[in-house]
Structures are given as structure tokens and as C-alpha cells.
Design a protein around this ligand. Structure first.
Ligand SMILES: [Zn+2]
Ligand SMILES: [Zn+2]
Length: 237
């Protein structure tokens, strides 16, 4: 199993570095708890970045990272429609050929509403949106307005960590304890990185709080992450 990481043109070297390091850090910590898995990490990271398949450009679908953005971008809203983007990810040929997790980081603004609804609420945005167990799309658009570099990167890392959790299926949809539902996403209500952050300032606030915790996942979410690692360790060997 692997996590594909892609990003749009315009994402800085530093932003992609923060995203990759965040994913690495979470996985590494989880592997440490399962030394048998460490020899052959059950989930690997493949940073594809802003990829392109020249032979498919410009009229064949799925020719590159930019194709997903162009195909889910609404000119009137000037936002990427996250549910559309994620649907393209779910149906992509690469997903059929070799099932994997997908994390995408964009510089375009995002909305988690479908087009007609989004047009009724043009001021609405989302920092990230995910299809639990499959993929997530996140945006740096709002976070770039944070002046302080440390706070900005801390917030970006928190966004990536949160969506990595969703992509790995946390919180589990069957969990009854300490959860709140929002659309397709289920959120944790414990002090935990799986709490929902609706705005950039909420995100920053939670990120700062979680720095104090060291490991940012609560007990319940951590257990679920361990189950994921164990499951893939067995499939691997
Ligand atoms: Zn969420
Ligand atoms: Zn939690």
C-alpha cells in the first residue's frame, strides 16, 4: 500500500516539504510501535508532485495533476469543487490499477459544496475535504494569509495530519464514542487532531493546542491508526 502525494503548480518547495515530512512523521511513529512492520513499512509515500503524462496531453483525461484541477474548477466561484475533485480521484485509472491513498495539496481555494449550493454561498470555503479511505484534497490558499512562518507551517502540518487521518479511515465510521458527523467526514470530539477546523483561525488555534500534546491523536484515534498499520502489515507479508 502507498500514499500518493501530489501538489499543484505554485505550491512552494517548502510547502510540499512540510506536507511530506508531516506524513512521514505520523507513519514513522506508528511503525515504531510495530517493529515487525518497520523492516518492511506497510504504507509507503510516493511524492509524485505536479506530475504530467506527456502522451495524454492535452485532450485525454487524467493527463496530469493540473487536469484534476481544471476539471473540478469553477470559474465563477474561483474555487476547486472538492467533491468533484475527489470523485475524479476515486474513479481514476491509477486507483483501479493499484489501489492506494491519495493526498493532494493545491494553491487554489476550495469549497466542499457541490456547484449549485456553492454558488448560493460564495463566501464559503473549506481548507480540505476527504473521501475517507481513499483520498483528500487540501488547499494552502487561506493559510498563506497567515503572516508568521512558524504558525503558518504549523497550521499546514495540522491540516495534512488531519486529512491523513481521514484518508486512513479515522475516525472509523462505525465508532459511536466521541464523534461528530459532518458530511461524509466523521470527526473526533476528544482533544485530538481529528477534531474539525472549519476556518483558518480555528485550525491555527487547534494546531497550537495540539503542539502541547506532543503526539496529536487521542487514544481512540491512535488505536484505530494502529489497526490500519497492522492490517496492511499482514497484507504486505
Ligand atoms: Zn475533517
Ligand atoms: Zn481522536
Amino acid at each position: 500500500m502507498f500514499i500518493s502525494m501530489t501538489w499543484s503548480e505554485g505550491i512552494t518547495e517548502r510547502e510540499s516539504r512540510v506536507a511530506i515530512d508531516t506524513v512521514k512523521q505520523v507513519l514513522y511513529w506508528l511503525y515504531l510501535r510495530h517493529p515487525e512492520a518497520l523492516i518492511d513499512p506497510p504504507i509507503q509515500i510516493r511524492p509524485f508532485g505536479n506530475w504530467i503524462i506527456p502522451a495524454l496531453v492535452p485532450d485525454k483525461p487524467y493527463w496530469g495533476t493540473q487536469w484534476y484541477i481544471d476539471s473540478s474548477y469553477d470559474d465563477q466561484l474561483q474555487q476547486v469543487i472538492a467533491p468533484l475533485f475527489l470523485e475524479l480521484v476515486r474513479r481514476e485509472p491509477w486507483q483501479q490499477a493499484d489501489a492506494h491513498f491519495d493526498l493532494a495539496l493545491l494553491e487554489q481555494d476550495l469549497t466542499d459544496f457541490p456547484v449549485p449550493l456553492a454558488r448560493m454561498y460564495p463566501e464559503r470555503y473549506t481548507l480540505g475535504s476527504s473521501l475517507p479511505g481513499t483520498g483528500a484534497v487540501m488547499s494552502v490558499y487561506r493559510l498563506r494569509q497567515i503572516q508568521d512562518t512558524y504558525i503558518r507551517e504549523l497550521s499546514l502540518a495540522r491540516l495534512v495530519r488531519h486529512h491523513l487521518g481521514h484518508v486512513l479511515g479515522v475516525p472509523e465510521l462505525t465508532r459511536r464514542q466521541a464523534t461528530a458527523r459532518l458530511g461524509l467526514e466523521l470527526h473526533c470530539t476528544n482533544p485530538c487532531v481529528m477534531r474539525n477546523a472549519a476556518t483558518a483561525s480555528e485550525l491555527t488555534e487547534l494546531a497550537l493546542e495540539e503542539v502541547e500534546m506532543g503526539w496529536p491523536f487521542c487514544e481512540l484515534c491512535t488505536q484505530e491508526l494502529h489497526h490500519v498499520i497492522v492490517r496492511y502489515s499482514y497484507e504486505w507479508s
